[in-house]
Ligand binder design. Sequence first.
Ligand code: SAM
Length: 353
Amino acid sequence: MVLGSYHRFYPAAGTPAAGAGETVLLRDGCNRPVSYLRVSVTDRCNLRCRYCVAGELFDFIPCAGILRYEEIVRVVRALAPVGIDKVRLTGGEPLVRRGLPRLVAMLRQIDGIRDVGLTTNGVLFAECGRELRDAGLTRVNISLDTLRRDRFAELTRRDFFSRAMAGIDAAVELGFDPVKINVVAMRGVNDDELVDFVRFGRDRGVEVRFIEYMPVGQGTGWQEASFISAAEIRDRLAAACGPLEPAPPEFSGGPARIWRVTDGGVRIGFISALSDHFCDRCNRVRITADGRLRPCLLEDTEYDLRGLLRAPGVTDAAIRELFFQGLASKPAGHGMSCNAPRKCQRPMSSIGG
Ligand code: SAM
């Protein structure tokens, strides 16, 4: 088996593969293996989180511009032979798109796809979690930035706190393990709840992950003053809960660095996208809601996958080649920091986070 980047090994479309019986696996231009595809299935959402979308009015992508489920399945089927084995469905809010269990089931039927996960705000999960699990969903991450109903309504511009909590309960009851709770930590917004979240994780048996607030999208009001680094969160938790120690990394090789409260063993994840990049172990590639291949979350370089998919007579080899070419341009690191200029204008809701 040959492991190679596009430059070194991947032949142009229509030419024979690396050699008879050999498989070329997807790698980026820095030779990092790419095995994880994140797909934004819609840019619509039933919340309007202030840090994610600029306001109430929002120019949604027209329906015809959103990838059809069959198109998503086609891409995954083309990529599974070159090493994509894990897919995550995100959005917008993926559960507002009709028929998601059908997509999950189709993806799970693809040879080589061992893991289909979902990132959701949980608001609709109590209603459709069982159907999703039965369709083959393997993992659920639920985003929740506050444990207070009034604050939830203020932050998300919607009064759906009880529904989001019911979604978390449903995920636990349905046996997803671990259920991960994503909390974007923001100074002056929810940083008085850091310890409450650790307790919540312990009491509900879910894994809380604190995500650094990123300057993404236009008009979402990110300010350096709202940013809290993972190190500061750890210091504040240690002061309140006792010492923290690094725990073994996630089996799935995810971006979170896991720490454990020494007294009691609660595991807490930290996604330090700004203060301590994990780009060197990035194994992912994204498809936006409008069908653009996006090699790096925080860089606006994209490739027109939808146009290719809708061109007459397109082959699986051509789809693969677009990924090899796009990934060849993936930067070694996103270079974003608190002080660096914003390189990501597209809203998180159409990239998928
Ligand atoms: N609607 C789903 C959800 O709420 O999980 C999926 C899409 S949402 C865009 C994916 C993740 O991105 C959420 O955990 C959200 O909190 C996170 N997110 C959005 N904007 C962010 C920002 N500026 N910085 C850090 N995380 C952000």
